[in-house]
Design a protein around this ligand. Structure first.
Ligand SMILES: Nc1nc2c(c(=O)[nH]1)N[C@H]1C(S)=C(S)[C@@H](COP(=O)(O)O)O[C@H]1N2
Ligand SMILES: [Mo]
Length: 494
């Protein structure tokens, strides 16, 4: 029964090639935007244990994270050219299919007894394994045990990629989601926290790549036609037609990759639409996972790394230079019963020493731990009393990206959040970082913190909070600066 391959297992094999290659290419693009791996929870300049970068960079103390981007070729990454938003769309579209597929595959394997194909049933397996390894080292192809289509070494590596690697990648992948990681901070810590999880996910990628290289090499070594015939007809009896048909299937998969790459480069909004249909139900439900972080103070990063360049106008600089406790006012207005103008001191008083020590997840991959003090947004909203019909909260910034930041073009930075998100317990208008005024680079005098999303939604240098009944008429209508310009999702909970 195990000598031949049932039809569903052959279909599964093709789907697996599609899913895994899409995940690998888009995953490499995601890695490329912060091509470094860390052992610690945070990501100090110069502290990486691995770098996948060819660029030479100036060694300033303050290096903008945006300059870390690598633009890999579309041959290795999907879609190439450092398009992180598009790469994330593909990664998440694929992962939804991949998770469902893995579940169906396992159910079929266990339901039909085909799992015995991969999991050895007695201890003599290890003697066979040793002998088979010796055979390979002597450049001889080991014999198959009776009734099985592959030898012990193949069996072991298949067991690894079928039963161990997928759940490992799914868990380490999902725990990179800020919504998930920050809702279960203890599990996150037990897994080693943000950067260790990211590193583990990278090792999984390496394992997939090594497996694929070895697997393809073995197929060629054992005889391409006969081997792929098993994956077309279920047995090795038709090496010629099997070889031709399988090659056509592979070419079709290459075509899928070309179509996906071109779609991202030429019609990014159609990929976004596909993403919204497939992935939004998940990201929307992740919004229900409130951030429950209360990290211990000894985890606070020495330097909370920054992304983006501060506003560069005279009024802003004068305000900062003149100790803004009296000069700064945060306006809270729009669709509210009681518009307010709050000074830094007012905010300080309203905050009643409220603090949250939390892990920051930049969409590129860097992380820091900071203790943010300020006024929970829902308390501010309770004071301002949103009018009926209010749906979203917009925060508007002093910073204009074209004017202030060499890495970007576009207008004023802003962000919006649904009422549901804005009123979560750790959605915060922050005025202090680690008990001090927020440093300029991290958003002085005041910033938003949205702990269930990736970092770009936590707008810095804000001057106005505006309650609105629609956000599609602000900026380009996508809900925020990077949503407008960088193909990111407003519900960036993954
Ligand atoms: N106004 C403004 N806010 C911003 C940004 C920016 O460029 N401008 N960068 C965002 C990004 S991409 C991240 S990761 C976080 C970084 O916060 P930090 O600098 O305190 O680490 O701020 C976000 N808020
Ligand atoms: Mo970021």
């Amino acid at each position: 029964m195990l000598a031949e391959f049932p039809w569903w297992l052959r279909v599964e094999h093709v789907l697996n090639i599609i899913f895994v290659t899409f995940l690998i290419r888009s995953g490499i693009e995601i890695l490329a935007t912060f091509p470094k791996l860390y052992r610690e929870e945070d990501t100090p300049v110069g502290g990486a244990w691995a770098k996948f970068s060819v660029k030479d960079r100036p060694r300033h103390k303050y290096t903008p994270i945006a300059s870390d981007y690598e633009n890999y070729s579309p041959i290795v990454s999907l879609p190439g050219s450092g398009l992180l938003g598009q790469a994330r769309y593909w990664h998440f579209i694929t992962v939804i299919g991949y998770v469902l597929f893995t579940v169906v595959y396992w159910v079929l394997l266990f339901g039909t007894g085909q799992w015995r194909r991969y999991i050895p049933s007695d201890w003599s397996f290890f003697t066979t394994l040793y002998n088979d390894a010796l055979s390979y080292l002597a450049f001889q192809i080991p014999a198959h045990p009776e009734g099985l289509p592959f030898n012990s070494l193949q069996q072991l590596s298949y067991a690894f990629v079928v039963f161990i690697l997928p759940p490992f990648m799914i868990i380490t992948g999902f725990f990179q989601s800020p919504a998930i990681a920050n809702h279960w901070p203890k599990i996150t810590k037990a897994l080693g926290s943000r950067q260790v999880i990211r590193t583990l996910h990278w090792w999984g990628l390496a394992a997939y790549v090594i497996f694929i290289i070895a697997h393809v090499a073995m197929v060629v070594l054992h005889g391409y036609g006969a081997e792929v015939s098993k994956m077309v007809f279920g047995h090795d009896g038709n090496p010629v037609s099997g070889g031709v048909i399988f090659t056509i299937i592979l070419l079709f998969i290459v075509l899928l990759h070309i179509i996906a790459t071109r779609a991202s480069l030429n019609r990014p909004s159609s990929v976004e639409k596909l993403h919204n249909v497939v992935v939004r139900p998940l990201t929307r439900s992740l919004l229900k996972l409130e951030s429950r972080q209360n990290l211990s103070d000894d985890r606070i990063s020495e330097d909370h790394r920054a992304s983006g360049t501060p506003p560069n106008t005279e009024p802003y600089l004068a305000m900062i230079a003149n100790d803004y406790e009296d000069d700064f006012v945060l306006e809270v207005g729009g669709l509210v019963e009681r518009p307010m103008a709050l000074s830094w001191k007012d905010l300080k008083q309203l905050s009643e020493e409220y603090n949250q020590t939390v892990l920051h997840h930049c969409v590129q991959g860097f992380s820091s731990v900071g203790k943010w003090g300020g006024v929970p947004l829902r308390e501010l909203l309770e004071l301002a009393r949103p009018l009926p019909g209010a749906t979203d909260v917009a925060v508007l910034c002093f910073q204009n990206m074209s004017r202030d930041d060499d890495h970007y073009t576009g207008g004023f930075y802003y962000e919006t959040a649904s009422m549901e998100e804005a009123t979560q317990p750790q959605s915060l208008i922050a005025i202090t970082l680690n008990d001090e005024h927020i440093p300029i680079k991290n958003g002085a005098p005041c910033r938003l913190r949205l702990e269930t999303s990736t970092g770009f939604r936590s707008a810095k240098w804000i001057e106005r909070v505006e309650v609105v009944n629609r956000y599609d008429i602000i900026g380009d209508g996508e809900g925020g600066f990077f949503e407008d310009t960088g193909d990111y999702d407003r519900l960036q909970t993954l």
